[in-house]
Design a binder for this molecule. Structure first.
Ligand SMILES: *Cc1c(COP(=O)(O)O)cnc(C)c1O
Length: 520
């Protein structure tokens, strides 16, 4: 592959001078890392990976004139070419199975293989969403029992299992709140979100038709309770608060806030994405929560899986239970049934549906396996170890890096740092890119917005002390270089399959389709 190809990849740059080492004679491959062109560049229309018998007979046209008139220009590849293409691409990616993944607020924990084994059992893996309930009792039992665990762990009376991710769960919770308000003839228009809220919170509220207003944070990184109380009134439908919050701190005044919101006739939405820090220790229901989503792909160890599938069940208070979406699983005696629109009583109050079917079966199976293999005691240890690991990182770096809330007490699941005193105009982005060269996926950067150049590190409980020590030493080394103003960091990473990408161009002018010549 000597000619420059159409996707525009160039041979790798040398690390020391950033100049191209390529003269047209190199492949761009480095050691066993192979450059990978597009399928369209390696395949040919005349190649095929399957060997089908030619059909001579004229087939009746059953497509009513919709049949294809010519080639659609797809290339064919042999089976080895196909396997190698995708295997090479997968090696250019970074995943939790490859190394430590300290992405704050994402709870990137190990996905236990026991979960995978259970999820692949044919009775679970092959069950069809349209299967009659009488033939899918085991699957419905999994959905029911998982929901039961979630209710017990959160101290909440009801749960909606169908939302497919955290943000989808937020929408479900806010729609339940809107349905409850509508039912009492109360057209409130405002949802309050703290400054440090995850972006999905205001997005959800706006999507559901609410006007979003900010609530400031105190200097110690928690919700300003006085400012929030002052804003409450007959136009406030709900308050959305993340607890533990995205500064990695527990909102100690949550109960006080919830009481005030209820007093003012509003509802309390808790973003439960960070439940990993408190599972088994705190029941959000005891704090006055009305609705809270739980990310099974965070706290309960199911894979984040390249953007999906996630799963975001929502627990609901007594006040919201009747408005939960359909369908849901009900247990009568020993029988499990899926309650659908035909159930007049449920359909009367439910706000509608979030999804076509009952939710993410594969994630339910994995999450329940995780819960059963840990037990209630084990889940308590999960949160204790996750918090211990995060505090270990916080205390191992606070002498070097600016740690804005280090004095607000121990952190919860994640440690937060800022870019204060970086030399030579270096930024958090430069540090993050330099960390790639050390073999780590960078932490979450520039979030939460309340800290300048934020770096949010969440180790989770599944990492050993040895792994965390190694990360700390790499992190200290790049942090020291940033403080010293090491110019070379501006061009990092040097050792990744790609150097620094133009993220602005990628966002503004995304190239989503290959438009080269199709040789067909
Ligand atoms: C991850 C996360 C979400 C969104 O969850 P998704 O499953 O990614 O949709 C919402 N809030 C917080 C605090 C999160 O960390």
């Amino acid at each position: 592959m000597n000619a420059p190809n159409k996707s525009g990849w160039k041979p790798a740059m040398t690390p020391d001078n950033g100049a191209s080492a390529g003269t047209g004679t190199l492949t761009g491959n480095r050691a066993l890392m192979l450059e990978e062109p597009l399928l369209f560049e390696i395949g040919h229309a005349e190649t095929t990976g399957v060997d089908l018998e030619l059909v001579e007979a004229e087939l009746p046209n059953r497509l009513g004139g919709m049949e294809r008139k010519g080639s659609i220009g797809l290339v064919g590849l042999t089976e080895p070419e196909t396997v190698r293409h995708y295997t090479r691409l997968s090696r250019q990616n970074y995943g939790i199975d490859l190394g430590f993944f300290p992405l704050g607020s994402c709870t990137m924990k190990h996905n236990p293989r026991l979960n995978e084994k259970v999820a692949r059992m044919p009775g679970f893996a092959d069950v069809h969403p349209m299967a009659p309930a009488s033939t899918a009792q085991g699957a419905l039992q999994v959905v029911y029992e998982l929901g039961d665990w979630l209710k017990k762990l959160t101290g909440m009376p009801a749960v909606a299992m169908s939302p497919k991710a955290g943000a989808h769960g937020e929408l479900c919770g806010i729609l339940a709140i809107r349905a409850a308000l509508t039912a009492r003839g109360d057209a409130r228009e405002v949802v309050l979100c703290p400054e440090s809220a995850h972006g999905t919170n205001p997005a959800t509220a706006a999507f559901a038709g609410y006007r979003v207003e900010d609530i400031p944070a105190t200097p110690e990184g928690r919700v300003d309770v006085d400012a929030l109380k002052a804003r409450l009134g007959p136009d406030v439908a709900a308050v959305m608060i993340t607890n533990p919050n995205t500064c990695g701190l527990f909102e100690r005044d949550f109960k006080v806030i919830a009481d005030a919101v209820h007093e003012a006739g509003g509802f309390v939405y808790c973003d439960g994405a960070n439940f990993n820090a408190i599972v088994g220790k705190v029941r959000p229901g005891d704090l006055g929560v009305d609705a809270m989503h739980i990310n099974l792909h965070k706290t309960f160890s199911t894979p984040h899986g390249g953007g999906g599938p996630g799963s975001g069940p929502v627990v609901l208070s007594e006040a919201l239970a009747a408005y939960a979406p359909l369908p849901f699983v009900r247990k009568t005696g020993d029988l499990y049934e899926l309650v659908e629109e035909e159930d007049a009583a449920a359909a009367e109050t439910s706000f509608g549906r979030m999804t076509a079917f009952h939710g993410q079966m594969g994630m339910f199976t994995r999450a329940l396996t995780y819960m059963l293999s840990h037990g209630a005691d084990g889940l308590k240890q999960v949160s204790e170890d996750a918090v211990l690991n995060a505090n270990y990182i916080l205390r191992s770096l606070e002498d070097l890096l600016h740690a804005p809330y280090a004095d607000s007490g121990p952190c919860m699941h994640e440690a937060l740092f800022g870019d204060k005193d970086f030399g030579n105009g270096l930024t958090t982005l430069d540090l993050a890119k330099a960390l790639i060269d050390e073999g780590y996926h960078p932490m979450t950067v520039y979030f939460p917005l309340v800290v300048h150049g934020a770096m949010l590190v969440e180790p989770t409980e599944t990492e050993s002390k040895a792994t965390i020590d190694q990360f700390i030493s790499a992190f200290r080394s790049v942090a020291q270089r940033a403080l010293d103003g090491d110019e070379s960091m501006k061009h990092a990473p040097y050792y990744a399959p790609r150097r620094r990408l133009d993220e602005t161009q990628a966002a503004r002018k995304p190239v989503l389709a290959w438009e080269g010549d199709r040789e067909t």
